[in-house]
Design a protein. Sequence first.
Length: 77
Amino acid sequence: MPKLPAVKPRQVIRFLEQSGFMLDRTSGSHFIFYHPVSRRRAVVPRHNRDLPKGTLMSLLREAGFTREELIDFLAGK
């Protein structure tokens, strides 16, 4: 299993939007995204630093993605 790279919140937001998620609302510094078909949601903390690995894995899990899908997106595949 490949290691997760350091990821900024804006990269995760771009990944979610290209996967069909839409911004539902904001709550403080957290953006809440919603997917209209799968009815899943993802909460992205919008800070100006890399996301911690545990937070990133939790976010991917709640959105229904694997770490490989994120790594492929970041690599441009």
